[in-house]
Every structure is written in structure tokens, then in C-alpha cells.
Design a protein. Structure first.
Length: 132
């Protein structure tokens, strides 16, 4: 039987921070693009964007090769553009989950103008909180 060890607090904190960052990016971009962008792409379009655009950017940067029978990546492969693409990959995966569960339009369209304004204020507060 497999025995699991406790997950270190540093692991929990680090990945919580990454998740919150991805969430912030998702909310900010959703406020800018709106739900129609994703609805127009559909599931295949979203997956294509993830695979062909975002993964290609990461793959190009890694630019791996086989050295002594082992895969090696280019030095300096991890840069701000790659990091941004990886956050986008995580978010596109979550968008595909929402589409697959028939939730994309349900959770992305405000019920009223008041909700629309509330989203804008929340994004502005989130940006302010991150800068302060």
C-alpha cells in the first residue's frame, strides 16, 4: 500500500500563489475580451489555441536536443514569455473544463448591468491590491 507524506506548507503556499496569479490573469482578460471570444472559438478552437499557439511558444523556447542519450533544454529557456504562456495554458485548460461542463456562458455572462459594473470594480480592486 502506498503511504503518503504530508504536503509541505511551502508546496501549498507556492502553488496557491500560482493559482491565484492564474485566476487574476483569467479575470483581467475575461473583463477585456468578454465571453464571446471563447464562444466563437468553441472547444476545438480553444484547444487549438492552447496546443498550437501557447504550447508552441513553450516548445520553441525549450528547443531541446538529445545529448548523450538524454533530453536537454536550451539554457535560459524559462523567460517571461514562456511563463506567461504557461499561465495561459493553465487558464485555457480551465476554460475547456467550463465548456465541457456547459458552464462557460453560464458563469461568464453577468445577470445584469449592476453585475457587469461589479466585475469591473472587482478587477480594478484586484489590480490595485496587487500593486500596493
Amino acid at each position: 500500500m502506498t503511504s503518503y507524506k504530508a504536503v509541505p506548507k511551502t508546496f501549498v503556499d507556492y502553488f496557491k500563489g500560482l493559482s491565484l496569479e492564474a485566476h487574476s490573469v483569467m479575470v483581467e482578460r475575461q473583463a477585456g475580451y468578454g465571453p464571446g471570444n471563447i464562444e466563437g472559438l468553441g472547444p476545438y478552437g480553444v484547444f487549438s489555441r492552447l496546443a498550437e499557439d501557447k504550447c508552441a511558444r513553450v516548445g520553441t523556447s525549450i528547443n531541446g536536443e538529445i545529448i548523450d542519450g538524454k533530453a536537454a533544454v536550451a539554457e535560459g529557456w524559462f523567460n517571461p514569455g514562456v511563463r506567461d504562456a504557461l499561465i495561459d495554458i493553465a487558464n485555457y485548460a480551465m476554460i475547456l473544463i467550463a465548456i465541457g461542463e456547459d458552464q462557460w456562458s453560464e458563469v461568464t455572462r453577468p445577470d445584469s448591468d449592476a453585475d457587469r459594473i461589479g466585475l469591473k470594480e472587482k478587477v480594478e480592486k484586484l489590480e490595485y491590491d496587487e500593486l500596493s
